[in-house]
Write a protein that binds this ligand. Sequence first.
Ligand SMILES: [Zn+2]
Length: 498
Amino acid sequence: MAEAQVLLRGGMVYDGTGSPGIPGDVLVVGERIEAIGPLGDVPDAAVIDAAGCCVAPGFIDPHNHADHEVEGGILAHPLADNLVRQGITTIVCNQCGGATFPVGDFLDRFGTVGAVTNVAMLASHGKTRNLALKAAGGKNGPEMWQTMRNLLRDEMEAGALGVTTGIIGVTCERIPTEELVEAGRAVAPYGGVYASHIRDEGEYGRHLDAIGEVATVARETGAKGHVSHLKLWGHPNWGRTDEVLAIFERARRDGAVLLADQYPYIGGYRGFFSLLWDKQAKGTNDPAWRAAAEAEVRRQLDLLGGPERLYISSHEKNDPLDGLTIGEAANVLSLRPEEVVPELFWREPRPRLSAFFLAMREEDVRTFMTSEFTMVGTDSHVRIPGSGASHPRNFGVYPRLLGKYVREEEVMDLPRMIRRMTSQVAEQFGIARRGQIRKGFQADLAVFDPATVRDRSTWRNGYAYPVGIRHVLVNGGVTVRDGLPVGRGFGRAVRRGA
Ligand SMILES: [Zn+2]
């Protein structure tokens, strides 16, 4: 039997390298791209009309948390469509230090579930360092680093694309830069990436040092340095983009690779529980805890610039506080804004609440966006409508960039934006034969209408699907057709070098 053929007819084809679009057709045979150009009639091919649309490589998300989730993540929900309906065809998981180990087992399991996207993995620094530390009797030093390096090497052999560190919180302050350099050394011989959720994103005024630390690892080891979800958190840091970008420039002058990913929103997502965790030692019914928690919330609100910049997002269905700002919730509960969160913890020791912290400034988001050092990443999760708090990025990153930032505000031209979503990511993360429309490449393709594409999810409703993403192919399989999922998945495990 002949292999299935799909002809995308009459679109504007962007190859993902940053080159302008060229009108033409794309022929897919089996899993691969077979031909590009004016192809005329192709007998036996199923035709998808792409007239008026852009045909781009499927988007590769370098920062995704779909592997590990309260709801079970992508293994439990392989047909969850919030990612693929944005045009995402490959996600890089196990981020911010990584909770999954070993990655080989995960990739094997993933290969059997028929998910709607491809998945690649980073190796967990968090897990491998804990194992190594245990083996070394709790002693951090060269012996422990050697064990950690061996474990990371095994992870790279099993197909990881690099290593991820997430050095946040008090317990991580004891992790020396030397240990991170050792982690970089383990992946560098494979051309691996060293990706980091850095020690501070601005909240404690040490973010320049934190970015500089990634540059140090890249410079000293030859690993490709990568700052995850680049941002300037908190109004004392707003406008300091030049100082941040100077670190990237300097690294380049020194011959190192240092890049970053970024999502196009001014707000981040956090659980209140983690925020107040270290203040819970004696339990939330302790008046001393309540006072400390109020002080912490006050500090956070001050960093954000006011109670209207913090949105409550509840994991409970029909929670009347869901989608309200802290200021609005304070009115409803007749409390001061800083009292709201402690009060909710007081009523229930572990309320299922998260929040969106509008801690960034739009101007800075744009400045980072237009920098040649950044690519697009979502920092998103698998989300089933109604299943819990949802940051709008879970449904909206790519359509938002194509609609708001390219079409409406002309922050950047379309070919360059597509490159930041595709080939630039594939190059940094060492993903072979994806991220471009080229003969012989895997047929991961996103077809969108440039005149209508836009996001619809907001802080108050993070579950709205975007519009304008018309068709999505993953490994040649039609996964989204006329804007709707077909209910089948063709995703594969993506291993380094494969
Ligand atoms: Zn992170």
